[in-house]
Design a protein around this ligand. Structure first.
Ligand code: 13P
Length: 248
């Protein structure tokens, strides 16, 4: 039995007052909700304050990225150990926006996942194809390459969650259909099984991301290989995010 995960990726939104207002609104709405892992991922500058606000609740804290070195002369970077120190239990790695705008590659994603796992964080490892890749029939090739590259040299997937986010569905309002998402998730689980065995694949949580909303979440998470959602826009309001949590 895989515990579903509903994770809110706040992206580049919410300064401290707004961030606190959001979590303080969310806490009572999801209070006592069990059987689902609830995660929020604010910007670095408010992690510490959000950590204090959610302390003792059923909400966990994630960062949106980390660097692979623990410390050193790397101006502007934040290490996985520093995220742990700030109260994070999770970190999103390899989001398509980082791949698209900040030059992340499968190789840098791999180093970051290793650093996150070494620090004891759960890595939310993002993969997904672009519209052009899908339309040219390369979805499975792309996903397979991202999985092999991102997980290269990693022995245990115990602290890894995969997030399948088709790039064409992010922030566009175009969700993958339940069947399209399930097909990709089943492929991903098959790849994990080929690399790590059936047991690891059976335990792996695979989240769907891309325009998930209260109106479409039920169909998605009822698919056999969809174990929750990584949510952007709908995680920025307490009521819509709570609706997703309560649907899981
Ligand atoms: P939206 O839910 O806004 O489409 O964003 C998805 C996403 O990128 C979550 O990481």
């Amino acid at each position: 039995m895989r515990t579903p995960v509903i994770a809110g990726n706040w992206k580049l939104f919410k300064k401290s007052a707004e961030a606190l207002q959001l979590v303080e609104g969310l806490i009572p709405l999801v209070k006592g909700k069990s059987g689902v892992e609830i995660v929020v991922a604010p910007v670095f500058t408010v992690l510490d304050r959000v950590a204090k606000a959610i302390s003792g609740t059923n909400i966990k804290l994630s960062a949106q990225d980390c660097y692979w070195e623990e410390e050193g002369a790397f101006t502007g970077e934040v290490s996985s150990g520093m995220l742990l120190d700030a109260g994070c239990s999770h970190v999103i790695i390899g989001h398509s926006e980082r791949r698209q705008y900040f030059g992340e590659t499968d190789a840098t994603v791999n180093k970051k996942i290793k650093a996150a796992l070494a620090a004891g964080l759960v890595a939310i490892f993002c993969i997904g194809e672009t519209l052009e890749e899908r339309e040219s029939g390369r979805t499975f090739d792309v996903l397979g390459t991202q999985i092999k590259g991102g997980l290269s040299g990693i022995d245990s997937l115990q602290n890894v969650i995969v997030a399948y986010e088709p790039v064409w569905a992010i922030g566009t309002g175009k969700t993958a259909s339940d069947a399209q998402a399930q097909e990709a998730h089943a492929f991903i689980r098959g790849e994990i099984a080929a690399l790590y065995g059936a047991d690891a694949a059976g335990k792996m949580r695979i989240l769907y991301g891309g325009s998930v909303k209260p109106e479409n979440v039920a169909g998605l998470i009822s698919q056999p290989d969809i174990d929750g959602a990584l949510v952007g826009g709908a995680s920025l309001k307490a009521d819509s995010f709570a609706a997703l949590v309560n649907a899981a």
